[in-house]
Design a protein around this ligand. Sequence first.
Ligand SMILES: NC(=O)c1ccc[n+]([C@@H]2O[C@H](COP(=O)([O-])OP(=O)(O)OC[C@H]3O[C@@H](n4cnc5c(N)ncnc54)[C@H](OP(=O)(O)O)[C@@H]3O)[C@@H](O)[C@H]2O)c1
Length: 272
Amino acid sequence: MDKRIGFIGVGNMGSAIIQGLIESNMTNEKQIYGFDYNSTILKEKALQFGFNIGKDNKNIIEQSDIVFLAIKPQVITEVLSEISDFAKPGQIFISMAAGISIEFIKYFFNFDPKIIRIMPNTPALIGEGMTGMATKSPVSYEETLFIKKLLSSFSIVEEVEENLLDAVTAISGSSPAYVDLFIESLADGGVLLGLPRDKSYIFATQAVIGAAKMILETGKHPGILKDMVCSPAGTTIAAVHQLEKHGFRNAIIEAMIAAEKRSKEMNNLFEK
Ligand SMILES: NC(=O)c1ccc[n+]([C@@H]2O[C@H](COP(=O)([O-])OP(=O)(O)OC[C@H]3O[C@@H](n4cnc5c(N)ncnc54)[C@H](OP(=O)(O)O)[C@@H]3O)[C@@H](O)[C@H]2O)c1
């Protein structure tokens, strides 16, 4: 891969992607150019990964074939206004800003740019991410496949229609926080039942990893795996009964509806 890859923003997500690209040998550090307003983060990450530090955002555009916009939605307007005059039609821009549409980004350019929108999640930091991806013309089929391969260095990648990225935010962008809450609750329950706090976190976390891997590796429906653990009049079915009684499934679905709604609201906020 001989492309040069630029990063505007090397915070949590930007640096997670840089790490994935380098560790998977998809690129070497000398092909990566990064800039970030936060000079402490920029220096720290450049030292950690060995990428080239850009002079400013304009310099990143000049140096790169592919540009990741790894900045918060609140500053995307400012960044696009700053860089769009220096962009070239062959470049591919990858935005991960929640709630910012491809059409909104295109509006800043004086030609029809190649924009790809992604919604990654924080497990990308350890190469276990899940990324939703949407593309639009003039991005070609070959370019889409190429970017998918790049993104697969730190996550599983699924293509969706752009209007479903808000749902992707709800199901995988935000869900590491729901799972963290679940693990914390399991650990609290363990402590309540007498287990030491440190051991509680190990039991709870490994149970979640194991259950998730069982679904992926056996290909079995989660309902079947749940039934396998629930013996008649046993302990697990007693617990499942309480979860159903307290609306466990409904609480999760309602949480996802709220996340999707908020993502759509953010879109409206910026597009007005
Ligand atoms: N974290 C997640 O779970 C997650 C999941 C999916 C998608 N995303 C998306 O990923 C994007 C980045 O999120 P993040 O968590 O990586 O944010 P982050 O850690 O705050 O990183 C963004 C970096 O960009 C810098 N910055 C701000 N304005 C800039 C500008 N005009 N030019 C250059 N750099 C600038 C920030 O500096 P300052 O700190 O000085 O402002 C910060 O260091 C967001 O759009 C978010 O929606 C995040």
